[in-house]
Write a protein that binds this ligand. Structure first.
Ligand SMILES: [Zn+2]
Length: 253
C-alpha cells in the first residue's frame, strides 16, 4: 500500500492510503473535498472508505461530497455517530478493522475530543493520530481531562518504536521551537529543527515522524521520564501534573 499526503486548508493534512494492485483507496480526515477528489481522479483511484479520527470541522469537511462522488462508506467512533456527517460504520475501542486485507487497529484516545480515535495500519507500520499526537507536540484539550490525555498518549507509546506518525496538522516547526525552549541545550532537538526547517523552506511536509523520535524528543511524552523531570526541576510532579504543566506552558507559548 502507498500512503499519500494531501495538504488541505491552511495547515491540515489528509491522507490517502492506496492499494497499488486494486487501485482501491481510503482517506483519513478529509478536511475538504476538492484536493482529495483531484488527487483520486488524477491517480484513477476508487475511494472505498472515509476514515475520521474525530468530529472537528477541519477533519470531516469533505465527508459528504466525497461520499456522493465515490459512493464511499464513512467510518468513525461509535459514540461520535451523531456528530460525524454521513457515518455508516461505527467503530469501537480496540476494534480491528480490515482494509484490503490489511489489519487496522482502532483505539479510543480521548483528550482533544471525547470521541477521538487513532488508526494503526499494522502492515504499513503507520498510525494516523489526528489531533492527539502531533510531530513533537500534542493537541489541545477541548473535551477531555489531563489524565485522559496522558492515558491516550500512553496507548500511542505502546506501538512499535519504528511506527510512522501521520498527524492532522503541519505544526511541527512551532512545536520544535517550544520543545527547545523547555529542553534547552538538547543538540538532537536543534538538529531536528534544522532538518525540518529545510523541509518547510522547500515546501515539503514534516510528516511522517517516527514514534522513536517522538519518544526521545517530544516533551509531551516525557511525563514518565524521571531524569528529564529532574533536569527541569519538576521531579516532584506526578505524570499528570507534569503533563499539565507542559500543556499549560504551551497554551501560553
Ligand atoms: Zn481537532
Amino acid at each position: 500500500m502507498n500512503i499519500h499526503i494531501i495538504p488541505c486548508l491552511n495547515d491540515n493534512y489528509s491522507y490517502v492510503v492506496e492499494n497499488k494492485k486494486t487501485k482501491n483507496a481510503c482517506v483519513i480526515d478529509p478536511s475538504e473535498s476538492v484536493p482529495v477528489i483531484n488527487f483520486l481522479k488524477k491517480n484513477k483511484l476508487n475511494l472505498k472508505y472515509i476514515l475520521n479520527t474525530h468530529h472537528h470541522a477541519d477533519h470531516i469537511g469533505g465527508n459528504l461530497e466525497l461520499k456522493k462522488e465515490f459512493n464511499s462508506q464513512i467510518l468513525g467512533f461509535e459514540k461520535d455517530k451523531n456528530r460525524i456527517p454521513g457515518i455508516d460504520i461505527f467503530l469501537s475501542d480496540k476494534q480491528i478493522w480490515n482494509f484490503e486485507g490489511s489489519d487496522v487497529l482502532v483505539e479510543h484516545v480521548p483528550g482533544h475530543t471525547s470521541g477521538h480515535i487513532f488508526y494503526y495500519f499494522k502492515n504499513e507500520e503507520s498510525v494516523f493520530t489526528g489531533d492527539t499526537l502531533f510531530s513533537f507536540g500534542c493537541g489541545r484539550l477541548f473535551e477531555g481531562s489531563y489524565l485522559e490525555m496522558v492515558d491516550s498518549l500512553k496507548k500511542i507509546k505502546l506501538l512499535p518504536t519504528k511506527t510512522k506518525i501521520f498527524c492532522g496538522h503541519e505544526y511541527t516547526i512551532n512545536n520544535l521551537k517550544f520543545c527547545m525552549e523547555i529542553d534547552k541545550n538538547n543538540s538532537e532537538l536543534k538538529e531536528k529543527y534544522n532538518q525540518i526547517n529545510n523541509n518547510i523552506k522547500n515546501k515539503l511536509p514534516s510528516v511522517p515522524s517516527s514514534l522513536g523520535d517522538e519518544m526521545r524528543l517530544n516533551i509531551f511524552l516525557k511525563f514518565d521520564n524521571l531524569e528529564f523531570k529532574k533536569r527541569l526541576g519538576f521531579e516532584d510532579l506526578n505524570e499528570v501534573d507534569f503533563f499539565k504543566k507542559i500543556r499549560d506552558l504551551k497554551d501560553n507559548f
